[in-house]
Design a protein around this ligand. Structure first.
Ligand code: PLP
Length: 330
């Protein structure tokens, strides 16, 4: 199986913002786009994106998971980056149209079609370091993906880092620059302690990893950071918390300190997990802090993480009722 995100459909769908309006969306070859070397995005990182998935059900129908939430988040990211305003109805239609066109390429579960809307500032002006791009390009890429958990969900090793992942006012923006700023700490953590990911905990406040949210599960309670502007508001996070509440679990959205995390995570029955569109809900087995390793749940894997992941997959795969109205049929 090819690495996640390296296979694309032959075509994508695209619209340009120019002369104060969006052009009629067009299906074009994925192979390349043409950009002026002075394009705003290449110099001043005016770029944001989304990640969501379409799933094939047993009756061969194809459904996009929480499309409206992802469209709204791209609108929010665009606004926070002062990119041209995204027309939500137009983007939703672009997504549905391109997924429908490639419906026969949507893999069976546990595979899916990963959908990557991307919005970039294209104005050719290197003098606009402190001014927005007036033109932009919005396109939707599709990438068929296989089972992220092939070979079983391996519990991750996380290094706790006292630094922030990105500037605190940029956390809610799904923007390229934030991933660039987190890359060095992640590579260093891999080399130094064989960590899979870094859990950013600025000033001892447990926040998130480079591309997923963090959840502590302690018995019947889920604890995760309350929404603020410093981190990415994951749609998987929201879905898991909704499913947990529905099952009668206590959901505590509040500050979680490194101290409390390390104390509670090692207790028998405790679990920790990362949530995200690609990761779904991946168990965390080890937390590394100040040269010490902490084994989550005393080293024994709990089953709440797997149960919640299955409950989410069951809705996505059409094996359980879509009781929250999360699916859009294409
Ligand atoms: C995309 C992302 C997430 C997860 O968001 P989902 O909507 O659940 O896919 C969490 N944190 C960061 C930094 C992300 O980029």
């Amino acid at each position: 199986m090819a690495a996640f995100g390296t296979v694309f459909t032959d075509e994508m769908i695209l619209s340009r913002f120019e002369n104060n309006g969006w052009t009629e969306p067009a299906v074009v070859p994925t192979q390349s786009i043409s950009l002026h070397p002075g394009a705003h995005v290449l110099h001043y990182a005016s770029t944001c994106f989304e990640g969501m998935k379409a799933f094939r059900h047993a009756d061969d129908s194809v459904h996009i998971f929480r499309m409206e939430k992802n469209v709204a988040r791209l609108q929010q990211s665009s606004e926070l980056l002062t990119l041209p305003k995204v027309d939500g109805a137009m983007l939703s239609q672009m997504i549905v149209d391109i997924v429908r066109r490639y419906a026969s390429d949507v893999p069976m579960p546990p595979g899916s079609m990963y959908i990557r809307p991307t919005h970039i500032g294209t104005e050719a002006s290197i003098g606009k370091a402190a001014a927005p791009s007036l033109n932009s390009l919005l396109y939707v890429l599709l990438s068929p993906v296989g089972d992220y958990f092939a070979g079983g969900a391996k519990a991750l090793r996380l290094l706790l880092d006292d630094n922030a992942r990105c500037a605190s006012h940029m956390g809610m923006v799904k923007s390229g620059g934030n991933y660039a700023s987190a890359l060095q700490p992640i590579l260093k953590a891999r080399a130094a302690v064989q960590a899979d990911q870094v859990l950013f905990c600025p000033n001892g406040d447990v926040q998130e990893t480079g591309a997923a949210n963090f959840l502590l599960i302690d018995g019947n309670e889920i604890i995760t950071k309350a929404l603020d502007s410093s981190f990415l508001h994951g749609i998987t996070r929201d879905s898991i918390l909704t499913l947990a509440r529905d099952r009668g679990m206590i959901v505590s959205e509040r500050e979680l300190t490194v101290e409390e995390l390390l104390e509670r995570a090692v207790k028998p029955g405790a679990e920790a997990a990362l949530s995200g569109t690609a990761a779904v809900l991946t168990p965390v087995g080890t937390l590394i802090h100040a040269g010490k390793e902490y084994h989550v749940g005393g080293g024994k894997a709990g089953n709440t993480t797997a149960t919640l992941r299955q409950a989410l997959n069951d809705i996505q795969w059409g094996r359980a009722e879509d009781k929250f109205g999360w699916l859009t049929r294409v």
